[in-house]
Design a protein around this ligand. Structure first.
Ligand code: NAP
Length: 488
């Protein structure tokens, strides 16, 4: 079946084909079609025409919500197939992929419910003859560009609110992991999304992503990915003054005070950073530990990290899968080499696994560095892999200062039994999400996004819907009279 969906039809496109690789063993999962320049153009024009003339934008908000609810039901129906595809595509464990599909379903339900509850407001003008209201309207044609770590989840955070608000879309998934995005578009089609409202084009960022961000007929770009790409997209969109929402990387502090139980701290330090092989934007890659607990915690983490079982995502015994690609593993190896060259102490890992059955895939052992300095590259830059660094602090002020010493501001955590201190630190951290005595949870109703260079927008929650809305002021004078400003 062709892989591009443009103007309500599945089509092969003119950009040739590309292989989708299973990161577990480097085998070919599927060959997918690639978009040529003409396909990109057709997709944008289809979305433009559907927005300008089609029925979606004027479909009532409750009906749009009902369609999203049907998508949620289809996701429940196809959960296992979608989860298995996500594991084949990304290498993550099937348990994680199933959680992802449940989360995606919850996002569709959330925006189905919200669709008819954010219509706008009446404004009190103080004038009895004036009816003033602010109405929420769709932005228009939205380009949705997504990364490879949570392909389906990241897409759902964009496409569900974009459709709830009445927009039309062109989706561009990562070339590395396009398969579940294709499946979602099939479900949207089955749920009854009108022709041209949702389109998907496949291909790499340079030949497909960039032209979409530059296109004059596109009103908005919503992007999740790396900092450098986000900066390029903001620059590219300047010429046409598009709305741009970017969700970028993180270098997230996980701050542990010495009054935290050692078992709890070690357990969550591993979960914070090594989930999905560290390929999580909010991964707790910087563990920042109070002096009195530091040495014991480093020793315990090292002992446990060594025992993490890597393997096939389809094997129940696997605790972590591979990295997504050979190219990404090469980046991780480069970070490890630079940390060692700069004098960090390798506690554990720092190599590929030895097991013969893991040699074909893109595996890398969970790696822990202690005795790091803040100026090291492994501390300054997002590694996006299974690398944990451990720093130490002696005062609350120092913990906060370290936690904020990054150009990013996506997420972080604080662990302590002292609730006053927990809330002081949470208040002082310049990050978009702060967990107290926990790591990773999020819910569709709470906004997600970054401070500083982690991004400029918010996904999820009511703000995640507002991103896809224009707010228009309609002023109605019910008893017009001459102004007599000009006397003649
Ligand atoms: P990436 O390299 O920036 O790519 C993201 C997407 O942008 C891909 O679809 C990519 O296409 C496309 N792209 C590349 N160059 C482009 C250009 N010039 N114009 C338009 N599109 C372009 O990021 P990634 O490696 O896939 O993902 C990892 C990054 O995502 C990490 O930094 C991570 O922190 C971040 N992330 C952030 C969040 C968040 O919520 N803040 C969530 C998840 C991930 P191709 O890859 O097909 O070339």
């Amino acid at each position: 079946m062709p892989s591009l969906y443009i103007d309500g039809s599945w089509t092969a496109g003119s950009g040739g084909s590309a292989e989708v690789i299973n990161p577990f063993d480097a085998s070919v999962v599927e060959t997918v079609d690639q978009a040529g320049p003409d396909d990109v153009e057709r997709a944008v024009i289809a979305a433009r025409t559907a927005f300008d003339t089609g029925p979606w934008r004027t479909t009532s908000a409750p009906e749009r919500g009902a369609l999203l609810r049907r998508v949620a039901e289809l996701l429940v129906r196809d959960k296992e197939e979608i989860a298995r595809t996500e594991t084949l595509d990304t290498g993550k464990t099937l348990v994680e992929s199933r959680i992802d599909v449940d989360d995606v379903t919850a996002v569709f339900r959330y925006y189905a419910d919200l669709a008819d509850k954010e219509a706008g407001r009446i404004v009190d003008t103080g004038q009895s003859n004036v009816l003033a209201r602010v109405v929420h309207e769709p932005v228009g044609v939205c380009v949705l560009i997504t990364p490879w770590n949570y392909p389906l989840l990241q897409l759902s955070w964009k496409v569900a609110p974009a459709l709830a608000a009445g927009n039309t879309c062109v989706i561009k998934p990562s070339e590395v992991t396009p398969l579940t995005s294709i499946l979602l578009v099939k479900l949207l089609e089955e749920a009854g999304v009108p022709r041209g409202v949702v389109n998907i084009v496949l291909g790499d960022g340079r030949s497909v992503g960039a032209p979409l961000t530059e296109h004059a007929a596109v009103d908005m770009v919503s992007f999740t990915g790396g900092l450098a790409t986000g900066q390029a997209i903001i620059r590219a969109s300047a010429a046409t003054v598009k709305r741009v929402a970017v969700e970028l990387g993180g270098k997230n502090p996980n701050i542990v005070f010495a009054d935290t139980d050692l078992d709890l701290a070690a357990d969550w330090a591993l979960t914070a950073v090594f989930l999905h092989a560290g390929q999580v934007c909010s991964a707790g890659a910087r563990l920042i530990v109070e002096d009195a607990l530091h040495d014991d915690l480093v020793a315990e983490i090292g002992r446990r990290a060594e025992r993490i079982r890597l393997g096939n995502g389809f094997d129940d015994k696997s605790e972590s899968g591979p990295l997504v690609s050979a190219a990404h593993r090469a980046k991780i190896e480069d970070f490890v080499a630079s940390a060692q060259a700069e004098g960090a102490r390798l506690v554990v890992g720092g190599k590929r696994p030895d097991e013969p059955e893991l040699q074909q895939g893109f595996f890398y052992r969970p790696t822990v560095f202690a005795d790091v300095r803040r100026d090291m590259r492994v501390i300054r830059e997002e590694t996006f892999g299974p690398i944990l660094t451990v720093e130490r602090f002696s005062t609350e002020a120092e913990a906060i200062e370290l936690g904020n010493d990054t150009e990013y501001g996506l997420a972080g955590a604080v662990w302590t039994a002292d609730m006053g201190r927990a809330h002081r630190v949470a208040g002082a951290l310049r990050h978009g999400t702060v967990w107290i005595n926990d790591y990773h949870p999020y819910v569709p109703g709470a906004e997600w996004g970054g401070f500083k260079r982690s991004g400029n927008g918010r996904e999820l929650g009511p703000t995640g819907l507002a991103e896809y809305q224009e707010h228009k002021h309609v002023w109605h004078n019910t008893a017009p009279a001459p102004a007599r400003w000009f006397k003649g």
